[in-house]
Write a protein that binds this ligand. Structure first.
Ligand code: 0A1
Ligand code: ZN
Length: 876
């Protein structure tokens, strides 16, 4: 059953608009019942536009009240208006002012796009196509204009009135109303427009830029939450300083405002000078926020701030170029966090995220290039491929060009394209021009979907002291792309000698290898290194120098050797993870491990834990046993999640039991009475302690330790970790801990999200019925994306054996929930549905029951364009 028209938009059809918008004046009259929006758009035809070309503006669910050009109302025959478009049939062939009025009902806007209300506050979300839900406009990113915004609202309900840019006037407007006038001098696309009107508290600060300008900073929030905004403010100031230091980028307005709202479809939004944030990415205090929350706040505050240059000053020509701003900005926020915290630990974190979310997307039915060439619903393309793979591409560029070359290219990018809406091609061109490098083959990364699979083989010839190394690349077909081109893949590497030190060579032939970088630019490359005295162990893709999968020919003992000796910390971690994955995946597929393999692995783990040179956060990552989804992905097809879960559990027991006492002693020794600080050092110690607790609970049944930690906790990080572990393993005390947590933090919505997530991750068969009951409770806020994502998103993404249960109950629970949520908020619904992308990897029975659930969703419900597109792509 369908109602939405299935229109596909193609990159190849791009054409500039026949009309330019020279300037924008908006007048919002906000009242409890409704909001009236008057737009005065100064418009002119382009030089090449033929006279009488109709002007077609976008709308979405709008109802036109009045329309005039240059002050004269239009006669009925001069325009056509419906909910989705406004056409002026024969506009003047010169500059003119189009004046329109519409009425909005923000209260009824549950899609949270356009102008809506969140806990009483009026706020907006316009990216990508929300502005057309506010007024008729050329709502596309290549239409840039300066905005002047007047907001009038009741003083009592909305004492705070904010928009983009600088405040130029404010005052009383009579009848209990007041007004504010904002002006943003920087021409911007409509997706960066924002407005906030509400009764909000705030904290303020200031930042002096490198050229000595003082910028007023403020974070607005619900009254009473001000004290929880300080970490966000601190992160903002550090971000501003970092962008000056690292990229020479200075902030450009006199004010920078952030507003935290409770109902938000994403993490946050980079509106010019007025960032709007999901409150979970602003509020933090030790009793209710975890270290992971602090880490995310720092990262997202930085991300949105960095968009001011990469996104706002230089924006995208069209939405196919989304990766231009997102990939680059994610790269920048990753670099910021690496500089602020531990670089290797951040790299591990980012790669884990890439592997657990982007790789499955890239290898399944939803695979698409970082720069897609068609879409039905652009909201479905705010994906991990655009964001995280996009960041990896920028990272590879930096690797290939070196730090200085990369910076030269970035400087040229800012110089050449400031104020423009541009493309991926223009981005690559600046690096070509700045460094004289040919990037034509490299560009394929943006255009081709799929994760390259790298095969490695090697041979050592003692007689000639020659070591040869063959690297082969292959990308499997993805939807719409049956044939793949070879990519230019930077391989950072080293040859590790028998004593663990780096080996050097006297010569190399057969390919490009310079210092520690091999350029794999052919389907297969064989390098011959001469002057090699002993057989080396290759350490490849150091620092994860490219977003690829490697099938390594290394034996377990070689991998464990690297885990103990590689000079590259990322590869040390990765080697041990590979060993763990191989053992569990093997056992799940009927190839049990040998006792000696496990002994060696256990020893490697103990050695790592006892190594005084490694920091705690790194150790915590080393002892994190790969999750069931990760093992499933390694197996790749015909996966039975139950055997994976069983094998993983068996390995945990076999690994932990013999060293339980040592692990417990270490666990106890990490207890501290120091006052909580979210800094990387303390957070690292806590994460190691949690990692040890995980081993002890999962591998030695020590739920008593979880309970003790839960009760003794003096911060949310320790308390949540203990409860979540008990819930996941559904230990005897899990229900009691969940119950205590629920009542202890009753009334705190962000902590309720943590409870929902922990509930959704439970491994027992009762989980679905409990979730059903939670969702059906009359007071469950089904309009709030955070609540829905915490319950349903966590379930589909992190509880693989219950979601893909053999009886199909997990699939049906989700499709039924999606059908219901779709009526309220299609963006949240379609995102939850993407969890079904795992279907092709599952064994036949589960695959079929998953498909049946999707078919039922498709035939029995009227679905949004968002959900329909995802559904059709998964079923294709
Ligand atoms: N540009 C934002 C992401 C974002 C996209 C869409 C939104 O609403 C539907 C909100 C935010 C970012 O990259 O942070
Ligand atoms: Zn972004």
């Amino acid at each position: 059953m369908r109602t939405d028209t299935e229109q596909t938009i193609y990159l190849k059809d791009y054409a500039p608009t026949p009309y330019r918008i020279v300037s924008v004046e908006l007048d919002f009259r906000i009242l409890e019942e409704a909001t009236r929006v008057r737009a005065q758009l100064t418009i002119e035809p382009r030089e090449e536009t033929a006279p009488s070309t109709p002007l077609v503006l976008n709308g979405d669910g709008l109802k036109l009240e009045t329309i005039a050009i240059d002050g004269l109302p239009l006669v009925l025959s001069a325009y056509a208006a419906d909910a989705d478009t406004l056409t002026v049939v024969e506009p003047p062939n010169r500059r003119f002012v189009l004046d329109t009025e519409v009425m909005l009902q923000p209260e009824a806007n549950t899609k949270l796009m356009g102008l809506y209300r969140s806990s009483g506050t009026w706020c907006t979300q316009c990216e990508p196509e929300g502005f057309r839900r506010i007024t008729y406009y050329l709502d596309r990113p290549d239409v840039l204009a300066p905005f002047k915004v007047r907001i009038t609202a009741p003083m009592a309900v909305a004492p705070v009135l904010l928009s983009n840019g600088n405040l130029i006037d404010k005052g009383d407007a009579g009848d209990g109303l007041h007004f504010a006038l904002w002006e943003d001098p920087f021409p911007k696309p409509a997706y960066l427009f924002a407005l906030v009107a509400g009764d909000l508290g705030s904290i303020t600060d200031s930042f002096t830029t490198q050229s000595g300008r003082k910028v007023d900073l403020a974070i607005y929030c619900t009254h009473g939450k001000e004290n929880e905004c300080h970490y966000a403010m601190d992160s903002l100031k550090r971000s501003m300083a970092w962008d000056e230091r690292r990229f020479g980028r200075e902030y450009d307005l006199d004010v920078f405002n952030i507003v935290a709202v409770s109902d938000f479809n994403f993490g946050a939004m980079e509106n010019k000078g007025l960032n709007i944030f999901n409150d979970k990415l602003v509020f933090a205090e030790p009793n209710t926020a975890t270290d992971a929350n602090y880490h995310s706040i720092e990262r997202v505050i930085a991300h949105e701030y960095f968009h001011n240059w990469t996104g706002n000053r230089i924006t995208c020509r069209d939405w196919f170029q989304l990766c231009l701003k997102e990939g680059l900005t994610v790269y920048r926020d990753q670099e910021f966090t690496s500089d602020e915290r531990s670089r290797p630990v951040q790299r591990i974190h980012d790669v884990q995220n890439l592997r657990s979310s982007q790789f499955p997307e890239d290898g399944g039915p939803l695979a698409h290039p970082p720069r897609p060439d068609s879409f039905r619903e652009i909201n479905n393309f705010y994906t991990t491929t655009v964001y995280e793979k996009g960041a990896e591409i920028v990272r590879m560029l930096a690797t290939l060009l070196g730090e200085a070359g990369f910076r030269k290219g970035m400087d040229l990018y800012f110089e050449r394209h400031d104020g423009e809406a541009t493309t991926i091609e223009a981005f690559l061109k600046v690096f070509e021009d700045a460094t004289g490098t040919d990037l034509s083959q490299f560009a394929t990364w943006y255009l081709q979907a799929g994760t390259p699979q790298i095969t490695v083989s090697d041979n050592y010839d003692a007689a000639s002291q020659t070591y040869s190394l063959t690297l082969t690349q292959k990308v499997e077909p993805t939807p719409g792309q049956p044939d793949k081109q070879p990519l230019l893949i930077p391989v950072r590497f080293g040859l590790v000698g028998p004593n663990g030190s780096e080996m050097s060579w006297s010569g190399v032939s057969g390919g490009t290898a310079k210092d520690d970088l091999i350029l794999l630019d052919q389907p297969s490359v064989t390098l011959r290194f001469t002057g090699i005295a002993n057989k080396p162990i290759p350490s490849l893709f150091r620092g994860f120098s490219a977003p690829i999968k490697v099938s390594s020919s290394l034996s377990q003992s070689d991998l464990l050797f690297l885990a103990g000796h590689d000079s590259d910390p990322f590869n040390r971690w990765d080697a041990l993870q590979t060993v763990l994955t191989n053992l569990i995946a093997g056992a799940a597929q009927g190839r049990p491990w040998a006792g000696s393999d496990l002994d060696a692995l256990r020893q490697a783990i103990v050695d790592t834990l006892e190594n005084p040179e490694l920091d705690e956060a790194f150790k915590a990552n080393v002892i994190a046993i790969p999750g069931e989804s990760s093992i499933g992905r390694h197996i790749g097809k015909d996966v039975d999640p139950d055997s994976v879960a069983k094998a993983r559990q068996a390995l945990l027991v076999a690994l932990v039991k013999p060293i339980e006492a040592r692990l417990e002693a270490l666990y106890q020794s990490l207890e501290t009475s120091a006052a909580y600080s979210p800094d990387a050092q303390q957070a690292g110690e806590r994460s190691l302690r949690t990692g040890l607790l995980n081993l002890l609970v999962a591998g030695a049944g020590r739920s008593d330790l979880a309970e003790t930690q839960y009760n003794a906790a003096t911060n949310m990080t320790d308390r949540y970790a203990a409860m979540a572990l008990a819930a996941r393993h559904w230990t005897g005390n899990a229900q009691a801990l969940l119950g205590d947590f629920r009542t202890r933090f009753a009334g705190d919505p962000l902590v309720f999200d943590k409870w929902l997530t922990a509930c959704a991750q439970a491994s027992d068969d009762g989980v679905i019925e409990r979730m059903r009951a939670t969702l059906a409770a009359p007071d469950f806020p089904k309009t709030n994306p955070n609540r829905l994502r915490s319950l349903l998103g966590s379930f589909v993404m992190t509880n693989p054996s219950q979601f893909a249960r053999a009886d199909g109950a997990g699939f049906r629970f989700i499709t039924e929930a999606v059908a219901e949520i779709d009526k309220v908020n299609p963006q949240v619904a379609s995102r939850v549905l993407t969890g079904f992308r795992v279907l092709p990897t599952l064994e036949a029975g589960r695959r079929e029951s998953g498909k049946a659930a999707l078919e039922a969703l498709k035939t029995q419900h009227q679905l949004s364009r968002n959900v329909s597109e995802i559904l059709d792509r998964i079923l294709a």
